[in-house]
Design a protein around this ligand. Structure first.
Ligand code: ATR
Length: 271
């Protein structure tokens, strides 16, 4: 039996064990995935301990995605660029750190919404870790523009490539939503429906725009709800969650699992 896992703090709410164990079972792979609660001050010991136990690979979630990098034996280019690791593979006793978050988002966007990115004008709201991961993955595609707006504009200015992207304040972005084909919310605004409102107002949104929110709990944020009412095609964060997991699974086993099945399982739990 091969051992896989997740380290995070907290992790008790994670749907990754359900998703991966179901995929192992349905593919008749003799493996088990467990969520390990790891306090930040025990991160080094946890990573070493997993190696001692011959763990075959693990996912990394909040708050360890950046801190775990220093305990990797190797880092792939994407993880380096993003400054974060979400997937670790035991390659002949070496921990190799990858990041499947950005690729997970982009694959989910293209496959679930049935679109191509060439020529698309894209706006990312937010400039945190998630935004950076998505931004650098989008750069590999032929989008016409990948602009970023953020409450703190300097944070976006620090990582964008000026030839491909402009940075806007949230207020500026609100006025020019009509210029975009795809709008992506990467901020945490909307995760707590009773206190939060919206990252930006959607008054100028045009019908038919694709609006995506990386939040998946709640399944429908106020942002997506309003976008839908304005005639947008909307997508929640379940797709990104499922595809980042599927891409990790593929790195561990060589098999890309059934994402539809994973998605159904996740929605069942959250719905
Ligand atoms: P993650 O790694 O998940 O992206 P993060 O690095 O904490 O998380 O980034 C959170 C993002 O949400 C940031 O873009 C943040 O804006 P600032 O850079 O200005 O802090 C954004 N954000 C969080 N709360 C917000 C709020 N109430 N209004 C607007 N933006 C908010």
């Amino acid at each position: 039996l091969k051992l896989f896992g997740l380290i995070g703090c907290p992790v008790h709410h994670s749907l990754s064990p359900l998703m991966h164990n179901d995929a192992f079972q349905s593919l008749h792979i003799d493996a088990h995935y467990h969520a390990f609660h790891v306090e930040p001050h025990m991160l080094k010991e946890a990573v070493e301990g997993l190696k001692a136990l011959q763990c075959a690979g693990f996912n990394v979630t909040i708050p360890h995605k950046t801190a775990v990098m220093e305990y990797m034996d190797e880092l792939d280019e994407t993880a380096k660029q993003m400054g974060a690791v979400n997937t670790v593979v035991n390659e002949n006793g070496k921990w190799v750190g990858y990041n499947t978050d950005g690729e997970g988002f982009v694959r989910a966007l293209c496959e679930q919404m049935n679109i191509e990115l060439s020529g698309a004008r894209i706006l990312i709201i937010g400039a945190g870790g998630a935004a950076r991961g998505i931004y650098f993955t989008l750069l590999k595609h032929e989008a016409a523009a990948i602009d970023v707006c953020n409450r703190t504009m300097e944070k976006a200015e620090a990582f964008i490539q000026k030839e491909r992207s402009a940075v806007y304040s949230l207020e500026q972005a609100e006025e020019r939503l009509g210029a975009y084909d795809i709008i992506i919310n990467t901020t945490s605004v909307g995760m707590y429906p009773h206190v939060d409102t919206m990252p930006i107002s959607l008054q100028t949104l045009k019908t038919g725009t694709i609006v995506s929110d990386i939040i998946y709990n709640p399944l429908m944020t106020k942002f997506l709800q309003e976008a839908k009412e304005k005639g947008a095609r909307v997508q929640n964060g379940v797709g990104m969650f499922v595809y980042q997991g599927a891409l990790a699974f593929e790195k561990w086993t060589g098999i890309f699992p059934n994402t539809k099945r994973m998605e159904q399982l996740v929605i069942q739990q959250l719905g």
